[in-house]
Write a protein that binds this ligand. Sequence first.
Ligand SMILES: C[S@@+](CC[C@H](N)C(=O)[O-])C[C@H]1O[C@@H](n2cnc3c(N)ncnc32)[C@H](O)[C@@H]1O
Length: 301
Amino acid sequence: MQSVFDSVATQLAQAGSDARRLFHGRGHCYPSFEHLVIDWFAPVAVVRLYQPVETEWLEALCDGLRNFSQIEALIVQQRSRGRDASNELLWGEVAEQQQASESGLLYQVKPHRNQNSGLFLDMREGRQWVRQQAQGQRVLNLFAYTCSFSVAALAGGAEHVVNVDMARNMLNVGRENHRLNGFDGSQVTFLGYDIFRSWKRIRQLGPYDLIVIDPPSFQPGSFVAEKDYRKVVRRLPELTDPGSRVLACHNDPAVGTDFIRELMAQECPDFRFVERLLNPDDFPEQDPEKGLKVMLFEREK
Ligand SMILES: C[S@@+](CC[C@H](N)C(=O)[O-])C[C@H]1O[C@@H](n2cnc3c(N)ncnc32)[C@H](O)[C@@H]1O
């Protein structure tokens, strides 16, 4: 278990008050810890367990984490399905909602939530890239969720961002995220609709210089990447101009980078693959093809 505490110490030192993953067992770089993840929403640490563990093992883990004075509260989530699912506050106090910081920007998060807390920590480099590239750009943020890409784009000087997500409650959190960072809304549009029923409106607000596509892998009834990703990619020519760029993301461990490269080659032959963005160093992966894939394409000029 010392390797877990070493990772926590290293990541806490780098994180300071920024949100970060303290331990990423799911990347298979730590044998026998594949079921363990620890996230950091300062000053709260969240232990997520993806299979049942022995009580003594969990006690040893939590005792070790108590030695880190920065961790003022600890939540343990058992994420196995069915009756084993649980969410327990072991010590400290945690508000229902708090603010997480990342590179000087603020986001609303709910550390208690068993599913998504409000900010996908593995997308940090993607947000940073968008922020660095957004100056003067018209941005389309598809599958926007809580609009963290939009906040990053505006922080980087984007001219306008269109956020599309069918989860209106998540877009409301997105509105709050904009307010938190001092963006008044005049440069942002929120479309709370199913993307597949909104192409006309999305097209009317374009064309776009930069498009982010970051869908779920598998959300039955809404988006199943295997069949639906192609339907999004097919729309890119009518939403872009020559020189426009697309950040196409996919987070299915069972699918490698070829999936998106082939879709793009088949549906958008005038887009060239530029690069795959690196994932953050707090998400080590034994097999990079299984980790988050963030792929940059550019339309020929
Ligand atoms: C992986 S999250 C997106 C994360 C987001 N890009 C970010 O950086 O935080 C996927 C989102 O896709 C949305 N979604 C799934 N199917 C959709 C559809 N058909 N139309 C619009 N939104 C959809 C979900 O509501 C969810 O918020």
